[in-house]
Design a protein around this ligand. Structure first.
Ligand SMILES: Nc1ncnc2c1ncn2[C@@H]1O[C@H](COP(=O)(O)OP(=O)(O)OC[C@H]2O[C@@H]([n+]3cccc(C(=O)O)c3)[C@H](O)[C@@H]2O)[C@@H](O)[C@H]1O
Ligand SMILES: Nc1ncnc2c1ncn2[C@@H]1O[C@H](COP(=O)(O)OP(=O)(O)OP(=O)(O)O)[C@@H](O)[C@H]1O
Ligand SMILES: [Mg+2]
Length: 274
Protein backbone atom coordinates (compact mmCIF):
# COMPACT_ATOMS: atom_id res chain seq x y z
CA UNK A 1 0.00 0.00 0.00
CA UNK A 2 1.26 3.42 -0.93
CA UNK A 3 0.02 5.95 1.59
CA UNK A 4 0.80 9.46 2.74
CA UNK A 5 -0.76 12.07 5.00
CA UNK A 6 -3.05 13.34 2.27
CA UNK A 7 -4.42 9.95 1.20
CA UNK A 8 -4.91 8.78 4.79
CA UNK A 9 -6.67 12.00 5.78
CA UNK A 10 -8.93 11.72 2.75
CA UNK A 11 -9.72 8.06 3.54
CA UNK A 12 -10.54 8.83 7.18
CA UNK A 13 -12.35 12.09 6.39
CA UNK A 14 -10.52 14.14 9.02
CA UNK A 15 -10.53 17.93 8.94
CA UNK A 16 -8.02 20.51 10.16
CA UNK A 17 -10.75 22.46 11.97
CA UNK A 18 -14.28 21.63 12.99
CA UNK A 19 -17.10 23.77 14.34
CA UNK A 20 -18.19 21.91 17.49
CA UNK A 21 -21.82 23.08 17.39
CA UNK A 22 -22.10 22.06 13.73
CA UNK A 23 -20.50 18.66 14.40
CA UNK A 24 -22.81 17.97 17.33
CA UNK A 25 -25.88 18.85 15.29
CA UNK A 26 -24.95 16.96 12.14
CA UNK A 27 -24.06 13.81 14.08
CA UNK A 28 -27.33 13.94 16.05
CA UNK A 29 -29.25 14.54 12.82
CA UNK A 30 -27.49 11.54 11.27
CA UNK A 31 -28.52 9.31 14.19
CA UNK A 32 -32.12 10.55 14.00
CA UNK A 33 -32.37 10.09 10.23
CA UNK A 34 -30.81 6.64 10.25
CA UNK A 35 -32.83 5.16 13.12
CA UNK A 36 -36.01 6.42 11.47
CA UNK A 37 -35.11 5.05 8.05
CA UNK A 38 -34.06 1.69 9.53
CA UNK A 39 -37.33 1.54 11.48
CA UNK A 40 -35.34 0.71 14.59
CA UNK A 41 -36.42 1.61 18.10
CA UNK A 42 -33.25 3.26 19.35
CA UNK A 43 -29.61 2.64 20.17
CA UNK A 44 -27.38 0.52 22.41
CA UNK A 45 -23.91 1.55 23.59
CA UNK A 46 -21.47 0.42 26.26
CA UNK A 47 -20.51 3.26 28.62
CA UNK A 48 -17.00 2.72 30.00
CA UNK A 49 -16.32 6.00 31.79
CA UNK A 50 -13.93 7.04 29.00
CA UNK A 51 -14.10 10.02 26.64
CA UNK A 52 -15.42 8.33 23.51
CA UNK A 53 -18.42 6.47 24.94
CA UNK A 54 -19.35 9.55 27.00
CA UNK A 55 -19.55 11.59 23.79
CA UNK A 56 -21.27 8.95 21.64
CA UNK A 57 -23.70 8.17 24.46
CA UNK A 58 -24.59 11.83 24.94
CA UNK A 59 -25.21 12.29 21.20
CA UNK A 60 -27.37 9.14 21.15
CA UNK A 61 -29.50 10.27 24.10
CA UNK A 62 -29.91 13.74 22.59
CA UNK A 63 -30.95 12.15 19.28
CA UNK A 64 -33.66 9.93 20.78
CA UNK A 65 -34.92 12.68 23.10
CA UNK A 66 -35.27 15.08 20.16
CA UNK A 67 -36.98 12.41 18.05
CA UNK A 68 -39.45 11.64 20.82
CA UNK A 69 -40.23 15.32 21.19
CA UNK A 70 -40.59 15.79 17.41
CA UNK A 71 -42.71 12.71 16.75
CA UNK A 72 -44.35 11.71 20.04
CA UNK A 73 -42.82 8.24 19.51
CA UNK A 74 -40.86 6.20 22.04
CA UNK A 75 -37.32 5.78 20.79
CA UNK A 76 -34.93 4.58 23.51
CA UNK A 77 -31.24 4.86 24.25
CA UNK A 78 -29.95 1.82 26.14
CA UNK A 79 -26.70 2.51 27.99
CA UNK A 80 -24.79 -0.59 29.06
CA UNK A 81 -22.27 -1.05 31.81
CA UNK A 82 -19.99 -3.95 30.93
CA UNK A 83 -17.41 -4.32 33.70
CA UNK A 84 -15.07 -7.27 33.92
CA UNK A 85 -15.54 -7.94 37.64
CA UNK A 86 -15.11 -4.66 39.50
CA UNK A 87 -13.95 -1.76 37.34
CA UNK A 88 -11.29 0.43 38.94
CA UNK A 89 -12.72 3.64 37.42
CA UNK A 90 -16.37 2.78 38.10
CA UNK A 91 -16.85 6.30 39.53
CA UNK A 92 -16.05 7.75 36.08
CA UNK A 93 -18.58 5.41 34.46
CA UNK A 94 -21.21 6.60 36.96
CA UNK A 95 -20.28 10.24 36.22
CA UNK A 96 -20.71 9.56 32.49
CA UNK A 97 -24.15 8.03 33.12
CA UNK A 98 -25.16 11.00 35.29
CA UNK A 99 -24.14 13.31 32.43
CA UNK A 100 -25.85 11.28 29.69
CA UNK A 101 -29.05 10.50 31.66
CA UNK A 102 -29.85 7.47 29.48
CA UNK A 103 -33.45 6.29 29.09
CA UNK A 104 -32.44 2.76 30.12
CA UNK A 105 -29.42 1.30 31.88
CA UNK A 106 -28.37 -2.35 31.82
CA UNK A 107 -25.42 -3.80 33.69
CA UNK A 108 -23.88 -7.04 32.46
CA UNK A 109 -20.77 -8.26 34.22
CA UNK A 110 -18.74 -9.98 31.49
CA UNK A 111 -16.36 -11.77 33.87
CA UNK A 112 -18.14 -15.13 34.06
CA UNK A 113 -18.55 -15.35 30.26
CA UNK A 114 -14.96 -14.30 29.53
CA UNK A 115 -13.50 -16.62 32.14
CA UNK A 116 -15.59 -19.55 30.83
CA UNK A 117 -14.44 -18.81 27.30
CA UNK A 118 -10.78 -18.64 28.31
CA UNK A 119 -11.12 -21.84 30.36
CA UNK A 120 -12.65 -23.69 27.40
CA UNK A 121 -9.87 -22.40 25.13
CA UNK A 122 -7.14 -23.46 27.57
CA UNK A 123 -8.69 -26.90 28.13
CA UNK A 124 -8.89 -27.48 24.37
CA UNK A 125 -5.41 -26.25 23.49
CA UNK A 126 -3.66 -27.23 26.75
CA UNK A 127 -1.97 -23.83 26.66
CA UNK A 128 -2.44 -20.41 28.20
CA UNK A 129 -4.26 -17.57 26.45
CA UNK A 130 -2.10 -14.47 26.92
CA UNK A 131 -3.37 -11.49 28.91
CA UNK A 132 -3.25 -9.46 25.66
CA UNK A 133 -5.45 -11.95 23.76
CA UNK A 134 -7.81 -12.30 26.73
CA UNK A 135 -8.21 -8.52 26.43
CA UNK A 136 -9.55 -8.97 22.91
CA UNK A 137 -11.95 -11.63 24.24
CA UNK A 138 -13.28 -9.04 26.70
CA UNK A 139 -13.89 -6.59 23.84
CA UNK A 140 -15.65 -9.31 21.80
CA UNK A 141 -17.80 -10.34 24.77
CA UNK A 142 -18.87 -6.69 25.19
CA UNK A 143 -19.73 -6.61 21.48
CA UNK A 144 -21.83 -9.77 21.86
CA UNK A 145 -23.82 -8.39 24.80
CA UNK A 146 -24.54 -5.15 22.94
CA UNK A 147 -25.79 -7.04 19.86
CA UNK A 148 -27.97 -9.27 22.08
CA UNK A 149 -29.54 -6.18 23.66
CA UNK A 150 -29.97 -4.47 20.28
CA UNK A 151 -31.69 -7.51 18.77
CA UNK A 152 -33.87 -7.99 21.85
CA UNK A 153 -35.06 -4.37 21.93
CA UNK A 154 -35.11 -3.77 18.15
CA UNK A 155 -32.26 -1.28 18.38
CA UNK A 156 -28.97 -0.53 16.63
CA UNK A 157 -25.47 -0.87 18.13
CA UNK A 158 -23.35 2.27 18.22
CA UNK A 159 -19.56 2.23 18.02
CA UNK A 160 -17.01 4.81 19.15
CA UNK A 161 -14.52 4.61 16.28
CA UNK A 162 -12.99 7.98 15.36
CA UNK A 163 -10.02 9.26 13.38
CA UNK A 164 -7.33 8.58 15.97
CA UNK A 165 -8.48 5.00 16.57
CA UNK A 166 -9.13 4.27 12.93
CA UNK A 167 -5.69 5.41 11.77
CA UNK A 168 -3.90 3.17 14.28
CA UNK A 169 -6.35 0.26 14.03
CA UNK A 170 -6.50 0.54 17.80
CA UNK A 171 -9.61 -1.54 18.37
CA UNK A 172 -10.42 -5.23 18.51
CA UNK A 173 -11.49 -6.57 15.14
CA UNK A 174 -15.13 -7.69 15.50
CA UNK A 175 -14.96 -6.53 19.12
CA UNK A 176 -15.38 -2.81 19.82
CA UNK A 177 -14.72 -2.35 16.09
CA UNK A 178 -18.07 -4.04 15.33
CA UNK A 179 -21.14 -1.81 15.31
CA UNK A 180 -24.05 -0.67 13.16
CA UNK A 181 -23.29 3.07 13.21
CA UNK A 182 -20.15 5.01 14.10
CA UNK A 183 -21.28 8.56 15.01
CA UNK A 184 -17.78 9.82 15.94
CA UNK A 185 -16.20 8.83 12.62
CA UNK A 186 -13.92 11.51 11.16
CA UNK A 187 -13.20 13.31 14.44
CA UNK A 188 -9.75 13.47 16.02
CA UNK A 189 -9.37 12.74 19.73
CA UNK A 190 -8.98 16.43 20.60
CA UNK A 191 -11.98 17.41 18.46
CA UNK A 192 -14.06 14.86 20.42
CA UNK A 193 -12.78 16.43 23.63
CA UNK A 194 -13.91 19.86 22.42
CA UNK A 195 -17.38 18.53 21.61
CA UNK A 196 -17.67 17.20 25.18
CA UNK A 197 -16.55 20.57 26.54
CA UNK A 198 -19.21 22.35 24.50
CA UNK A 199 -21.77 19.84 25.78
CA UNK A 200 -20.78 20.72 29.39
CA UNK A 201 -19.52 17.25 30.28
CA UNK A 202 -17.70 16.84 33.61
CA UNK A 203 -14.11 17.92 32.96
CA UNK A 204 -12.69 14.69 34.37
CA UNK A 205 -14.29 12.70 31.54
CA UNK A 206 -12.48 14.52 28.75
CA UNK A 207 -9.17 15.14 30.52
CA UNK A 208 -8.62 11.61 31.83
CA UNK A 209 -5.96 9.39 30.29
CA UNK A 210 -7.47 7.28 27.49
CA UNK A 211 -7.20 3.54 28.14
CA UNK A 212 -8.57 0.40 26.56
CA UNK A 213 -8.17 -1.18 30.02
CA UNK A 214 -8.27 -4.71 28.65
CA UNK A 215 -5.23 -6.47 30.06
CA UNK A 216 -5.41 -8.18 33.47
CA UNK A 217 -1.69 -7.74 34.09
CA UNK A 218 -1.53 -4.09 32.89
CA UNK A 219 -4.73 -2.47 34.30
CA UNK A 220 -5.50 0.99 32.95
CA UNK A 221 -2.60 0.83 30.48
CA UNK A 222 -2.61 4.24 28.74
CA UNK A 223 -3.35 3.94 25.00
CA UNK A 224 -0.37 6.21 24.32
CA UNK A 225 1.97 3.72 26.02
CA UNK A 226 0.54 0.83 24.03
CA UNK A 227 0.75 2.81 20.78
CA UNK A 228 4.23 4.29 21.38
CA UNK A 229 2.93 7.67 20.26
CA UNK A 230 0.75 10.39 21.71
CA UNK A 231 -2.77 11.44 20.70
CA UNK A 232 -1.36 14.94 20.18
CA UNK A 233 0.96 13.53 17.51
CA UNK A 234 -1.76 11.38 15.94
CA UNK A 235 -4.23 14.28 15.93
CA UNK A 236 -1.64 16.65 14.44
CA UNK A 237 -1.11 14.17 11.60
CA UNK A 238 -4.87 13.75 11.10
CA UNK A 239 -5.39 17.52 11.08
CA UNK A 240 -2.76 17.99 8.39
CA UNK A 241 -0.05 19.45 10.62
CA UNK A 242 3.61 18.56 10.51
CA UNK A 243 4.82 15.79 12.81
CA UNK A 244 8.36 14.51 13.41
CA UNK A 245 9.52 12.23 10.63
CA UNK A 246 9.90 9.24 12.95
CA UNK A 247 6.24 9.63 14.06
CA UNK A 248 5.00 10.04 10.49
CA UNK A 249 6.76 6.81 9.54
CA UNK A 250 5.34 4.98 12.57
CA UNK A 251 1.81 6.19 11.85
CA UNK A 252 1.98 5.21 8.19
CA UNK A 253 3.48 1.81 9.00
CA UNK A 254 0.75 1.16 11.61
CA UNK A 255 -1.94 2.37 9.21
CA UNK A 256 -0.77 -0.01 6.48
CA UNK A 257 -0.42 -2.97 8.85
CA UNK A 258 -3.97 -2.48 10.15
CA UNK A 259 -5.74 -1.88 6.82
CA UNK A 260 -7.40 -5.32 7.12
CA UNK A 261 -9.23 -4.01 10.21
CA UNK A 262 -10.81 -1.12 8.28
CA UNK A 263 -11.91 -3.36 5.40
CA UNK A 264 -14.56 -6.07 5.26
CA UNK A 265 -13.44 -9.73 5.10
CA UNK A 266 -11.04 -10.10 2.20
CA UNK A 267 -12.48 -11.72 -0.93
CA UNK A 268 -11.12 -12.72 -4.33
CA UNK A 269 -12.31 -9.35 -5.66
CA UNK A 270 -10.23 -7.25 -3.24
CA UNK A 271 -6.93 -5.77 -4.34
CA UNK A 272 -6.06 -3.34 -1.53
CA UNK A 273 -3.61 -5.86 -0.02
CA UNK A 274 -1.61 -6.60 -3.19
N1 LIG B 1 -3.04 -9.09 7.14
C1 LIG B 1 -4.19 -9.52 7.68
N2 LIG B 1 -5.28 -9.66 6.90
C2 LIG B 1 -6.46 -10.06 7.42
N3 LIG B 1 -6.65 -10.35 8.72
C3 LIG B 1 -5.58 -10.23 9.53
C4 LIG B 1 -4.33 -9.80 9.07
N4 LIG B 1 -3.45 -9.74 10.11
C5 LIG B 1 -4.15 -10.12 11.20
N5 LIG B 1 -5.43 -10.44 10.86
C6 LIG B 1 -6.53 -10.88 11.76
O1 LIG B 1 -6.68 -9.87 12.74
C7 LIG B 1 -6.49 -10.41 14.03
C8 LIG B 1 -5.80 -9.35 14.90
O2 LIG B 1 -6.66 -8.25 15.13
P1 LIG B 1 -7.31 -8.04 16.56
O3 LIG B 1 -8.00 -9.30 16.98
O4 LIG B 1 -8.11 -6.80 16.53
O5 LIG B 1 -6.04 -7.90 17.54
P2 LIG B 1 -4.84 -6.86 17.62
O6 LIG B 1 -4.91 -5.82 16.56
O7 LIG B 1 -3.59 -7.65 17.71
O8 LIG B 1 -5.09 -6.22 19.03
C9 LIG B 1 -6.09 -5.25 19.27
C10 LIG B 1 -5.44 -3.95 19.68
O9 LIG B 1 -6.44 -2.98 19.82
C11 LIG B 1 -6.38 -2.43 21.11
N6 LIG B 1 -7.74 -2.13 21.56
C12 LIG B 1 -8.69 -3.11 21.56
C13 LIG B 1 -9.96 -2.83 22.00
C14 LIG B 1 -10.27 -1.56 22.47
C15 LIG B 1 -9.27 -0.59 22.44
C16 LIG B 1 -9.58 0.75 22.99
O10 LIG B 1 -8.91 1.72 22.66
O11 LIG B 1 -10.52 0.80 23.79
C17 LIG B 1 -8.01 -0.89 21.98
C18 LIG B 1 -5.76 -3.50 21.98
O12 LIG B 1 -5.20 -2.95 23.15
C19 LIG B 1 -4.73 -4.06 21.03
O13 LIG B 1 -3.57 -3.30 21.01
C20 LIG B 1 -5.63 -11.65 13.81
O14 LIG B 1 -5.79 -12.57 14.87
C21 LIG B 1 -6.19 -12.17 12.51
O15 LIG B 1 -7.40 -12.88 12.71
N1 LIG C 1 -16.06 -1.43 30.97
C1 LIG C 1 -16.81 -1.10 29.94
N2 LIG C 1 -18.15 -0.96 30.07
C2 LIG C 1 -18.92 -0.61 29.01
N3 LIG C 1 -18.44 -0.41 27.79
C3 LIG C 1 -17.13 -0.53 27.58
C4 LIG C 1 -16.23 -0.87 28.64
N4 LIG C 1 -14.98 -0.91 28.15
C5 LIG C 1 -15.08 -0.60 26.84
N5 LIG C 1 -16.36 -0.37 26.49
C6 LIG C 1 -16.87 -0.02 25.15
O1 LIG C 1 -15.79 -0.17 24.23
C7 LIG C 1 -15.53 1.09 23.58
C8 LIG C 1 -14.06 1.22 23.23
O2 LIG C 1 -13.30 1.59 24.35
P1 LIG C 1 -12.38 2.89 24.31
O3 LIG C 1 -11.46 2.78 25.47
O4 LIG C 1 -11.82 3.07 22.96
O5 LIG C 1 -13.40 4.11 24.53
P2 LIG C 1 -13.70 4.96 25.84
O6 LIG C 1 -13.33 4.16 27.04
O7 LIG C 1 -15.11 5.39 25.73
O8 LIG C 1 -12.76 6.24 25.69
P3 LIG C 1 -11.14 6.32 25.87
O9 LIG C 1 -10.57 5.82 24.55
O10 LIG C 1 -10.87 7.76 26.05
O11 LIG C 1 -10.73 5.44 27.01
C9 LIG C 1 -16.08 2.11 24.56
O12 LIG C 1 -16.33 3.33 23.90
C10 LIG C 1 -17.31 1.44 25.09
O13 LIG C 1 -18.40 1.58 24.21
MG1 LIG D 1 -11.44 3.46 27.45
Amino acid sequence: MNVNQETIRAALRTEAHVDPAFEIKRRIDFLKAYVTKARAKGFVLGISGGQDSTLAGKLAQMAVSQLNEDTGDHYTFHAVRLPYGIQQDEADAQAALAFIQPDRLHTVNIKAAVDASVHAFETATKSTLSSFLKGNTKARERMKVQFDLAAHYGCLVLGTDHGAEAITGFFTKFGDGACDLAPLYGLTKRQGRTLLQVLDAPERLYTKVPTADLEDDRPGLPDEEALHMTYEQIDDYLEGKEVPDSIRKRIEKTYTATEHKRQGPVTIYDTWWV
